[in-house]
Design a protein. Sequence first.
Length: 351
Amino acid sequence: MARQEPGNPRVGAIAEQLGISASTVSKVINGRPGVAAKTRRRVEKALADEGYAHPLVSTKIAQTIELVVDYIANNGTIEMIRYASKWALDAGLALTVTQTDHQRRAEECLRGIIDRNPLGVITQMSSIDQEGKNVLKARGIPLVAVDPVDLVSDEDMSITLDNWTGGYQAAKCLLDAGHRCIGVIAGPANVQSAQARLAGYRAALAAIGATLPSNMVQQGDYLPDRGYQAACDLLDRDHRPSAILACNDLTAVNIYRAARERGLEPGQDLSVVGFDNVYPSSYLMPALTTVDQPFDLMARMAVGMILDARQGKEFQRHVVMPTRLVSRHSVVNLTRARRLRSEDRVQESAQ
């Protein structure tokens, strides 16, 4: 595509609208430096509002896919990096990872993405605001939201886990094992995946005519420190729960820690169910019962969506992935334990 020069009528019209020089607008369109960040954002918004929906930068599209996350931890981001890298490599591409530092550097990260001009962008449990989406669209850069934080529009592309069903499966596992006093460490209140999981927990209890008392729900944030403090609060009560549902496996690891500090053994004195099925859930002692999130398949679909969008193919723009419960050894079957104790008492009486 030819560079947009200051003499272009469209460039001149936008420059007049914003009260800046045509050369400044041209620099933004062509991805050249020398424009203040605030001015660049104003120009980009005006271009997006004008429907400037083809690539603005004349430089070659980088053969990379950009993965944007808020932070990297054992909460699924490491798995997404692993599998997105794998599927990008299979497609002859490279993967670039950008951390927004809990959105504190979101604007800077977006600027870097624009400068690198990748083939496409994947966000995981992170968000790019509408203005940022407009900028990417103006440059023809496809964006796929994996496990989106916010609601997505029909125009967006998204891959979402069926978090509600996953939450239902996790709670039903404990209910089927005879647990009724169940604590919950929920995820961030402003993240739709966390709210869907909590709603699934509640629905499983409602199905047997039970409710989840508000004082048994602790607010977590998918990170270790807050999850640990929430577990301590639940376990220090006079009537502590017999089981705890964790919003993710990283929280479950810290439930184990809090329990052992109090002389309680997970899988014996306390049942724990996680969510995500990430490392080290299968290596814990006891191995953690958890809800599996198919990161490999989600990454493959995200890369495929970007390639399809670039090639102008028709494809499903919104996908909801199924979940499955992975049963291991962190759940005590109270019903069986009560039956065994009853049988023991009968045998003792007979003697």
